[in-house]
Design a protein. Structure first.
Length: 315
């Protein structure tokens, strides 16, 4: 099958079957529950590479690289899975997998501690440590450390955005001792329908009471968000926006009833005000996970991500 058709088929499967709602546990951490993703010819997987530890708990990532050594180091796409910060796993690779068919990229998929194990800021500290490890080991895997994109959906989109705006927060870098002399700043960010200002999510129609004690956001923070506003705002990517943040592509369903579209509008407004290169694309008619779009297709949605990556990494 040609690479273009493989990419189309893979992203179609992703949008059709992997659109977990925030807080919906789809067998998080159970690798047996997810069959291995079929890889394109010429791509090999390095699974369960340890990038940091939290006490006796090792944290892992998977790396998908060309079987044949490339002529020069390749840009890296780091995937951060969704699942309401309490579900999902790095094995859920259906959304980013088409980038391997697109070609010319290395793909990493990161495990991070879920809210049932550790509350904020554990997840963002884990993701920052993963980026530092990938940069520190770039030469071993033919990665260009200066071309590092982060891409996530839903809760993963939130963490990707937070990596992009809070890259300078050393307090979170210090949580893991590994590779302290290496930067955790991504080069570019792609945020698919990630939440931002948790305290304003209930301002809009939706299927979730985000202020409830058992909401994904409250479980992530470690308490009812309206009762912990200062800590909640520390998890808001908007709070850290500065002019030197990396370019960001935001894509969000217009009729998202799990993470309101306004969440991306708020972040986009802050990025624009600071002069950060950014684009917000509204997926007309689409609910969470880009389900039921009016005009967009799986090809067009993935094509925007690929074009964003290529424009910055393959001029």
């Amino acid at each position: 099958m040609p690479a273009s058709l493989r990419a189309t088929a893979a992203i179609a499967l992703a949008l059709a079957s992997a659109a977990a709602l925030p807080g919906q546990n789809r067998g998080a951490g159970s690798r047996a529950s997810r069959p291995p993703i079929e890889l394109p010819p010429g791509v090999v997987a390095h699974r369960d590479l340890t990038y940091a530890a939290a006490g006796n708990r090792e944290l892992h990532l998977d790396l998908y690289v060309p079987e044949t050594k490339p002529a020069k180091p390749l840009p890296l796409v780091v995937w951060i899975h969704g699942g309401g910060w309490r579900g999902g796993s790095k094995e859920g690779l259906r959304r980013p997998r088409p980038i391997l068919d697109h070609g010319g990229y290395i793909l990493a998929s990161v495990e991070y501690r879920l809210s049932g194990e550790a509350t904020f800021p554990a997840a963002i500290a884990d993701c920052k440590a993963a980026l530092r490890w990938l940069r520190a080991n770039a030469a071993q895997y033919d990665i260009d450390p200066d071309r590092l994109a982060v891409w996530g959906s839903s809760a993963g989109g939130h963490l990707a955005a937070l990596l992009g705006t809070a890259w300078e927060v050393r307090e979170w870098d210090a949580i893991h001792a590994e590779n302290q002399d290496v930067s955790s700043k991504p080069t570019i960010v792609c945020n698919w329908f990630g939440p931002t200002d948790f305290l304003r999510m209930n301002d809009f129609e939706g299927r979730i009471d985000h202020d409830a004690e058992g909401s994904p956001e409250s479980l992530f923070i470690g308490g009812r968000i309206q009762e912990h506003p200062e800590k909640t705002q520390r998890a808001n990517p908007i709070a850290y926006v500065t002019a030197d943040d990396p370019p960001m592509l935001l894509m969000h369903g217009e009729k998202d009833l799990s993470v309101p579209y306004n969440q991306s509008e708020l972040l986009y407004a802050a990025l624009q005000k600071a002069g950060v290169e950014s684009r917000l694309y509204k997926v007309v008619g689409a609910d969470h996970g880009f389900r039921n779009p009016t005009t967009d297709t799986p090809e067009s949605l993935f094509g925007m991500v690929a074009a964003f990556l290529d424009r910055h990494f393959k001029p």
